[in-house]
Design a binder for this molecule. Structure first.
Ligand code: ZN
Length: 304
């Protein structure tokens, strides 16, 4: 490891609106600064409006108010798929996804159906998990003309079954959990072959409005968490940093570059710690996020 400070940039695309409006804006922005990143696309039905039903849960309602979800995502996203079947994102926006692929970014699978993955993937039979991945994999392959090189679980919702089913696909890396270093996942004592690139930094909606973090102080707060010489991975959302927070994100890029931070796609993070040591994942809670998500389990000596 050296003192080079690099920041892996993971861009999650959850919805039709994010694909249609957020992705082109981000592609233009990244091109202006000569930055390559990892894009993870959702290509099946946009049913994200069904998340409205989660409003019934008080903790989710509190989070929606804190992060002004309606202004972040737009009312059309919040209602999408609630009163009518969700539109197929890959069928509506193939050109945009294809364009991202042609610009040299890592192109990965986020989900076939983001809503269903986030809410129902845990506990699904193996065959259904494999089918959910296969449908997205096939659609993304059809759109870009090449197999996706990586994948990233929506909402970091993943367990041993998810990791084992993903290992059957020709992904060169996956990003399914939060953690601190690149590792080879171990499931039921067996080491898988696809390295994990965990996300190390919090997302916008996790820290905005908490502990006094405002739009004005947000960028400095995140940059203070970037560690020289270590794995740094940030997730942004096409729906947030690509639309309502686009100016804020451009300011983030400028500040980061000014501090000598180099943006890289997650494929370049894999070689930083080679060969990656094994580690396990577990489901746990995280500040600012409702429900459990996959986290990297620290080694026996506490080093993660
Ligand atoms: Zn997502």
């Amino acid at each position: 490891m050296n003192n080079d400070t690099s920041l892996g940039l993971r861009i999650d695309v959850d919805t039709l609106r994010g694909t249609r409006h957020g992705v082109p804006a981000l592609l233009d922005l990244l091109s202006r600064y000569g930055i390559r990143a990892s894009f993870f696309f959702s290509v099946g039905p946009d049913n994200m409006g069904r998340n409205l039903w989660r409003l019934l849960r008080p903790s989710f309602l509190k989070k929606m108010i804190r992060s002004s979800a309606a202004s972040l995502y737009g009312w059309d996203i919040l209602f999408m798929g609630t009163f009518f079947p969700g539109p197929l994102i890959g069928k509506r926006c193939p050109d945009i996804i294809h364009r991202a692929s042609g610009l040299g970014h890592d192109i990965g699978l986020h989900a076939w159906d983001h809503y269903t993955w986030q809410n129902h993937i845990l506990g699904m039979p193996e065959a259904d998990v494999a089918l959910a991945i296969q449908r997205g994999f096939d659609e993304l392959t059809r759109i870009t003309g090449r197999t996706p090189s990586c994948s990233a679980a929506p909402g970091w919702i993943a367990d041993g079954t998810v990791l084992r089913m993903k290992d059957r696909f020709p992904f060169t890396y996956n990003s399914d959990c939060r953690g601190t270093r690149v590792f080879m996942p171990e499931v039921s004592g067996k080491q898988l072959r696809t390295p994990q690139v965990p996300v190390t930094l919090p997302t916008y909606d996790e820290i905005i409005g908490r502990d006094g973090v405002t739009r004005q102080s947000y960028n400095a707060r995140v940059l203070a968490l970037v560690k020289p010489g270590a794995l740094n991975v940030l997730t942004i959302h096409a729906e947030v940093e690509g639309i309502v927070c686009l100016d804020l994100f451009e300011d983030f890029i400028q500040q980061a570059l000014g501090q000598g931070i180099r943006f890289i796609p997650l494929s370049e993070c894999v070689s930083m710690d080679s060969p990656p040591r094994p580690a396990r994942i577990a489901l746990d809670t995280l500040p600012g996020r409702s429900g459990k998500l996959a986290v990297q389990v620290p080694d026996a000596e506490g080093v993660s």
